[in-house]
Design a protein around this ligand. Structure first.
Ligand code: GLU
Length: 466
């Protein structure tokens, strides 16, 4: 029986969960869910100076919001340092690693000589075949891997194909620092080997590490995972994605009002394709996902596409779910909705969904449902209510008051009134809308009048009738 795939996402908690990291997590998650394998989350917190609890929270929250659930407990790399040391000691004992006593000054001098001679700067292996003598006793040392010096190391990459590295270009990397702490290169390989990771899918910035890590895996006698290095994500202008391009953190997309389903679809398409399909809901993505269709070249952010996709998912999402999304969004801003507001929101949701590309837009368009009483007009609504419009509003009120308070009846009454008065429907409807919602555009006016009810509507309309 062949083994089920084991994948992992291994972020370093030195900042937020950024969009590239989220895509890496998504691709690992999709493959695990596609194959019925396992998706693990490992926090690589070995850099004690730069790792923060806030960043850990941001990563966990970001993953949770994105709907990327991991299997089992989160593991923390730093806690496994004794195990990493144990592996280094074993390699030492087996002669696959060695102690290097070169001082910082000696290494600086070595690099300067190499630089002056126009040679690449790398560790020259000065302690590789040398035994420590009495002079070295008690002196600090690092542990280095005795890497192969000839031939080549080939990374068989499911995205990039075979990538070859001359072993002469790779120096003997440090596994344990002089204070005994493991390096990232050691920790990542030991952790992956210990949990039986079968597929290492990560950003292309780790491709060079893969060659060195392979040598370490071989020295340990561990199984070689399948590698996949994902091309970078660029800004809309094709340059490396940076703060200048706007949002980098997943949280920022949440706060701009994008839905998690939108983000999953968008990030999937950013570097993976299925013919010309743009709309790929997550369930479909799980069914289709494969490594073969990951693009080889850098992907470009396209915010317009993101907006369109979000509009699509807003319309597709069930009304009750959208109410829950809005409620959660408002809760993050420490706002709560009354029961009445929630009911109004739910009733108006089919119309609100049609008009919004983001939750922020949807909420802005729904504010008039959340509280009672006369509206404060925004600039556009204010323009719709000059004195003559207020007079037209006042003149229309008796006709509305006299009718049943339902959408069709109110519309019929408004039409009959405008026909009799010889004015266009818009001349009455626009001031009505402005007074009712405080805005120049809204979901269908007569539906909204019915939704708010006779009493509440008349309070709002009378405030601007005159
Ligand atoms: N901790 C590394 C990072 O955040 C990822 C290491 C890996 O995936 O192998 O870039």
């Amino acid at each position: 029986m062949s083994q089920k795939p084991v994948l992992r996402f291994a972020p370093s908690p030195t900042g937020m969960l950024h969009i590239g990291g989220a895509r890496t997590a998504l691709f690992n998650w999709l493959y695990a869910r596609h194959t019925g394998g396992t998706f693990l989350l490992r926090i690589e917190d070995t850099d004690r100076e730069r790792s923060t609890p806030e960043a850990v929270d941001a990563i966990l929250n970001g993953m949770t919001w994105m709907g990327l659930d991991w299997d089992g407990e989160v593991t923390y790399q730093f806690a496994r340092a004794p195990r990493h040391r144990e592996v280094a000691e074993k390699l030492l004992a087996e002669g696959k690693a060695y102690r290097c006593y070169a001082t910082a000054e000696e290494l600086t001098a070595m690099r300067e000589e190499q630089k002056a001679a126009g040679k690449p700067m790398r560790y020259d292996g000065r302690w590789r075949d040398r035994q420590a003598g009495s002079a070295e006793e008690g002196k600090p040392s690092v542990v280095r891997l005795k890497a192969r010096q000839t031939g080549e190391t080939i990374v068989h990459d499911v995205v990039l194909g075979d990538v070859r590295f001359e072993n002469s270009q790779l120096d003997d990397m440090v596994l344990l620092r002089s204070d005994g702490t493991p390096t990232y290169m050691l920790a990542v390989v030991v952790d992956d080997a210990d949990i039986g990771v079968t597929h290492v899918i990560r950003g292309a910035d780790h491709l060079n590490n893969a060659a060195r890590q392979l040598q370490l895996i071989e020295a340990m006698g561990a199984a070689i995972p399948t590698y996949g290095h994902l091309p970078l994500i660029n800004g809309p202008d094709g340059a490396k994605l940076s703060k200048r391009h706007g949002a980098l953190a997943v949280e920022a997309y949440r706060d701009m009002g994008y839905l998690p389903e939108t983000m999953r679809n968008y990030l999937l398409r950013l570097g993976w394709s299925h013919g010309d399909d743009e709309i790929i809901p997550t369930a479909q993505a799980i069914e289709w996902f494969n490594f073969e269709s990951i693009g080889k070249s850098a992907a470009r952010m396209d915010y317009k596409k993101l907006d369109n996709l979000n509009g699509h998912y807003i319309r597709e999402t069930a009304d009750a779910t959208m109410v829950a999304e809005v409620t959660a969004f408002l809760a993050r801003e420490k706002r709560t909705l009354s029961m009445t507001a929630r009911q109004r929101l739910e009733t108006a949701m089919p119309s609100l969904k049609e008009r919004a590309k983001t939750l922020v837009e949807l909420i802005a368009g729904a504010e008039f449902l959340f509280t009672d009483g006369p509206r404060t007009l925004d600039a556009a609504a204010d323009k719709l209510l000059p004195p003559e419009a207020r007079a037209a509003l006042a003149a229309a009120l008796p006709a509305l008051e006299a009718t049943d308070w339902t959408g069709p009846a109110l519309e019929a009454a408004a039409r009959a009134h405008t026909e009799a008065a010889g004015v266009k429907l818009g001349q009455v409807a626009q001031p009505l809308r402005a007074a009712l919602t405080g805005k120049a555009s809204s979901p269908p006016l007569f539906e909204m009048l019915a939704l708010l009810g006779r009493e509440e509507s008349l309070i709002r309309l009378r405030a601007y009738a005159g």
